[in-house]
Design a protein around this ligand. Sequence first.
Ligand code: ASP
Length: 325
Amino acid sequence: MKKKKIMIIHTGGTISMSEDEQTGAVSPGERNPLTTIPLIVDSKIDIHSHELFNLPSPHMTTQHMLELSKFIDLQVVENAIEGFVVTHGTDTLEETAFFLDLTVQTRVPVVLTGAMRSSNEIGSDGPYNLLSSVKVAASEEAKNKGVLVVLNDEVHTAKNVTKTHTSNIATFQSPQYGPIGIVTKRGAFFHHSPVSEDKYDVEALTKNVMLLKAYAGMDSSIFLALKDMKVDGVILEALGQGNIPPTAVDGVKALRNADIPIVMVSRCFNGIVQDIYGYDGGGRKLKELGVIFSNGLNGQKARIKLMVALESTRNTTDLQMLFLK
Ligand code: ASP
């Protein structure tokens, strides 16, 4: 029987780090410890490994993400790879996963995983998460579900998953929606499928998009600074259903007058933003100013999407359509 070709692409993170026994500091070493762990997997799976980066994930940039996306598509064409597992630091894992979800053209499974405990810590979760991810990447049911994130026996979509805890191994959750599958000793079992897909063909990333969080008493100064910086777009993590303090409205107007797109998300981690409130700073007023409403993405993912979308359009109406997906 023909074996399934699965490629593990290492990019770094705690999953590839070790703890110094003297100082307790966790950092990457010369050698990625994961590459020396014998992975006991199904005899029907043929594992290929590649170390693309060895970075803590706070060092990851969108240029690295683009390089990874291109690498994955190339491997399908050149080496007939049938599924991918990407190991990654957990801090920015959701951003890379969502970037790949938007840009990778292949339909073969792409699974991201990481670990909360480094390779030599007691209860290290890295090898186990890696093994679970290989099972998912090799499963037929993982096809056409977009990019997936697998940790702690759960399968999440790149679109909904977020890191929710600084240290607990059950950190990855999909608020409001939950995981779409589970992983057991016998394999991967899916119970939901994503209803839509959102794809972009990106050759380069040239836009500078900033992320702002609203707070009680926020004023316009930071918006004015962004206007002077001539940023290409702003994500505004607004209050509740999509409102900001009245003192910040002039800042929004200044950015809109400079034709800088503003995409609004909520700082609540459940729900979507809507043009409900008509008071000064309320969602209705923001809609009139041309603020784009997003559909439940968190701020960091909306930033990734706006960067990607701006490579093909700056038109506010078109961008609003894209952010309804
Ligand atoms: N700080 C680490 C990183 O993101 C955390 C982890 O991998 O769990 O690289």
